[in-house]
Write a protein that binds this ligand. Sequence first.
Ligand SMILES: Cc1ncc(COP(=O)(O)O)c(C=O)c1O
Length: 481
Amino acid sequence: MQQEKNVNSLNEVYDADAFRDAGHRLVDFLADQLDSMKAGTNKQTLPWADPSDVLSEVDGWASSERGDLFEQVFRRCIRLHDPRYMGHQLMPPAPVTALAGMLTDFMNNGMGVFEMGPAGSAMERWLIERIAEKFGFGSDAGGFMTHGGTLANLTGLLAARARQCPDAWQSGEPSNLAVMVSSQAHYCMDRAARVMGWGEGGVIQVPCNDRFRMDVLLLEESLAKATAAGKKVIAVCGTACTTSTGSIDDLRAIGQFCQRQKLWFHVDGAHGGAVAFSEKYGHLLDGIELADSIGMDFHKMLLAPSVTSAVLFKNGKDAYRTFAQDADYLLRSDENEDPWHDMARRTFECTKTMLSLKVFSIVAAHGWQVFDENVTHLIELASSFADIVEDSDDFELAIRPQANMLCFRFTDVDGDLSQANARIRTTLVEVGEFYIVQTSLNGETWLRTTITNPMSTSQHFRLLLDHIRELAADPTSIRQT
Ligand SMILES: Cc1ncc(COP(=O)(O)O)c(C=O)c1O
């Protein structure tokens, strides 16, 4: 009896009609929401609630009907498609990618070996070849997609170690290796160094100039100091662009330094690698073609959902050297040495989803030029926002943006600017009409926006500044942080 019940619920799991009904309902619901989010007519971008209140709602969700569940979850999600979303670096994904996601999850193909994902493996190679060209790499280039820029950057550094210290994979030594990064580099570089056993000293920070770009004149000195302290620097990482201010390092200068010093040159292009797609602003990445490896995300400026990333190598063979392992059940060593289509040889991940379809579906539906349009538009939106801030007497801009991040603060406050801006942001999040974040620059707190929604306009930026003025003018609404 018990056994029969189990089989019945399993039949339900795979019931095609129930799937069809719930799927149609969800797509209709999301399409309606998309319309109202685009119009910005919803009260809130972030339906803020106390974490414990949200947790207590979850019990109810667990017993809801299949169709209701998605609508209930949606109601507690932050809405990236609302043009008042200007916070962290995630994009409102192109809706076609949600359909690609449905096919990806339904088919559940793994990208470890070709036979587990023929379509995905081929699309991945197709995309990588074209993206490598965008970065100015030649026909020897290679690479693959990863779940996130953090993993792409770690993989780039692992490849650097494999080339600079070929024995390290086997022996684990030496542990005095290091990578040089700017003081504004993302924390994932520090994490990668520690994961590889290099410890706290595994990341050497080169100071930045007043535009938060690596001060490349200090590269020689930083290398000499690190070497004198017993470090073996194997790589330099240029950041394009930085997380806080969107500043792009001088990649040509760093690349030339690496060539002179015979160091691996990695570019963390998690956010700004996408700028290569912009005809107008691609020059900001001048010198990226000198890189040995580049990590990049599609979910920050290229219309894809998170996490959809890639690591590219100027010399695709570097990727095969990184993980020298046999896994008899998966990869047979009697096979062709470098089969591009069995990706587990090169990837950190074993099972990997069909990431390529998310990007490929955008290209197929909207053409490559949509990336150019989007990146160019987002950069120009940030620039128009900067104009508005500069024209406002009661706001101050940290620096003119190079990419689509903008840091600013409200100055018409009594007392400490950092504390006042942090309080404004806390209240702003709880009100939930707009969503922005904050960052620390030279020890001071600034409001930070990333313009990732191409549907945001100058009008939204003006409304945001008015909203901040209102919050600041009513101190009772400002919660103590
Ligand atoms: C410069 C930079 N590098 C790396 C990362 C990490 O990328 P991901 O979140 O895709 O792992 C980020 C994320 O914000 C970033 O801004």
